[in-house]
Ligand binder design. Sequence first.
Ligand SMILES: [Zn+2]
Length: 242
Amino acid sequence: MTANLWQRFDEYADQIAVKRLNLLTQVAKQFLPAGYWEASLNKQFGTQTKPVHLTFDDGPHPETTPYLLELLEKENIKATFFLIGKQAEKHPELVSQIDKAGHKLGNHSYSHKFLPYLSNKKIEQEIDQASHCILEATGSAPLLFRPPYGLMDKRTAARLAERNLQPIYWSSAPEDWSLPGAERVIRRVCLDLRPGSLIVLHEGKNLAEQTLLAAKEIIYMCKTRNLQLTRVEPTCLTSEHR
Ligand SMILES: [Zn+2]
């Protein structure tokens, strides 16, 4: 009985967490520079498709990337990885493996600093060094950018535009970084899972088991609901996202 009560408490807390995040996202959309907040439902996917993007931030990481790649290959799913430049520099072989497996790579800054606090010069370094690390490992520069902590200002937006990098935000962030456990991460994502969902999970040593379990179940839920997991494509961006 007590266990049931705790379970119900967790479920209720997760519902509140999702509502709070959705509200914050609505507010963020008003203040952050224009970008991509969800998978495009327009006709380029065909009228019957229900795209969902699964994205992984903060890698590559030896404790998560190889296992995620294995899972994605087994499930025949393409995902998008937003890489920290420093991590890419340490593990170029993982960057190359992600790329060769057909997943999309994005720039997540060089050292994951809070960009609004940085000078213009530092912002440029954060963007360019990360792109350089990905270019070195794969032979091509990324076209997608996700700001660390999901926040950036107009100065960063202007520099991304100069470099032909498109800002990618999210629609579903289950706050997995706070280690709530796989079950709660899955529930938070599934409470708001719909055509167009752009889900963000995180890589890293402490998150390895949780991220892998959550990714596995989210993929299963998408398949059960006939949602198509696809990569974020820069060409998907249209004026409706801005
Ligand atoms: Zn991050």
